[in-house]
Design a protein around this ligand. Structure first.
Ligand SMILES: [Mn+2]
Length: 313
């Protein structure tokens, strides 16, 4: 179905699959699957991310799927393929809002059912803890993963909150501890939030994770080191995780923990272009933490839809 037909089909059916992709909830050997994660029980402060998947899908309707070439001038023109070629929208993962461990298990088992068929995954969140379920599914299939993680926060928090070590600020530490990611192929971009404790950065440094603040990204002396880091993540099976709070609240305020001083949409999309230069495409990706109820306009939602589209371009 071409995009125009997909739009007409949406008008007829009232269904809103991401980008008008074919809807298919039965795991099958497709190129990739988009899965919503309507869960926000791991949010510490401002919930609402459980509504993210519906909002992103609605905002994606009518978007073209033929991405702009990376350059229209000069010798470096790079054509990009039709976005989400061979992908389906697998609907939402039915995470019940009452039990965090069960929700994580549901995300893992639904992702696994697609991953064993050879499908790549794109999660639309949902809170960031749910990334842990997807990483468990992919690591079981591919072994330890490279991780390119865009976030204002390192998400490697220590200690328990309300009696559990699982919340949306601890999944990276869990993933390293469980051996789901290769820390030497793990790179975090955009970190800037004020911290509660020093142990997080020490843990990540000791593990071998490379971390970049928005100010590091601007330093021309660090440019080749940064490009080396981004390339290294993709030298094996890799996962790309975007917490929308990596963006400045000027661009995307509808997140649980907005932190001033973040990336612009253009900067984030520029970094995502590096992902498309990896020798092998990412095995899984996600766009997390959109809480559409937390902002009065749909600007954040539109940004989320475009970031998700760029991942599939
Ligand atoms: Mn996060």
């Amino acid at each position: 179905m071409n995009p125009a037909e997909a739009l007409l089909d949406h008008l007829r059916s009232g269904l809103t699959p991401f980008l008008g992709l074919p809807h298919g909830t039965e795991p099958s050997p497709v190129a990739g699957v988009v899965l919503g994660v309507p869960y926000d029980g791991g949010v510490l402060n401002r919930p609402g991310a459980r509504m993210g998947p519906w909002a992103i899908r609605t905002a994606s309707l009518g978007l073209g799927r033929l991405p702009m070439p990376l350059r229209l001038q000069g010798p470096e023109e790079e054509q990009r393929s039709y976005a989400a070629q061979g992908w389906v929208d697998g609907g939402n993962i039915p995470t019940r809002p009452f039990d965090m461990r069960e929700a994580l298990g549901t995300v893992e088992s639904v992702c696994s059912a697609w991953v064993v068929q050879g499908a790549r995954t794109l999660l639309l969140g949902g809170d960031h803890l749910m990334t842990l379920g997807a990483l468990r599914a992919h690591a079981k299939q591919h072994g330890p993963l490279g991780l390119l993680h865009f976030d204002a926060h390192p998400d490697a928090g220590y200690g328990e909150v309300w009696g559990t070590p699982f919340h949306h600020g601890t999944w990276v530490r869990q993933a390293i501890t469980e051996g789901l990611v290769d820390p030497t192929r793990t790179v975090q971009v955009g970190l800037r939030a004020p911290r509660f404790e020093d142990g997080e950065l020490a843990f990540l440094r000791k593990a071998g994770v490379h971390m970049w603040t928005p100010w590091d990204l601007k330093d021309p002396r660090l440019s080749s080191q940064l490009h080396g880091d981004l390339a290294r993540v993709g030298q094996g099976p890799a996962y790309v995780s975007v917490d929308l709070d990596v963006l400045d609240p000027a661009f995307c305020p509808a997140v649980a923990e907005p932190v001033p001083g973040g990336l612009s949409v253009m900067e984030l999309i520029s970094w995502l272009h590096h992902v498309q230069r990896w020798a092998q495409p990412f095995v899984g990706a996600d766009v997390m933490e959109l809480a559409p109820v937390l902002a009065g306009t749909d600007d954040s939602v539109r940004v989320a839809a475009h970031v998700a589209l760029q991942l599939l371009a």
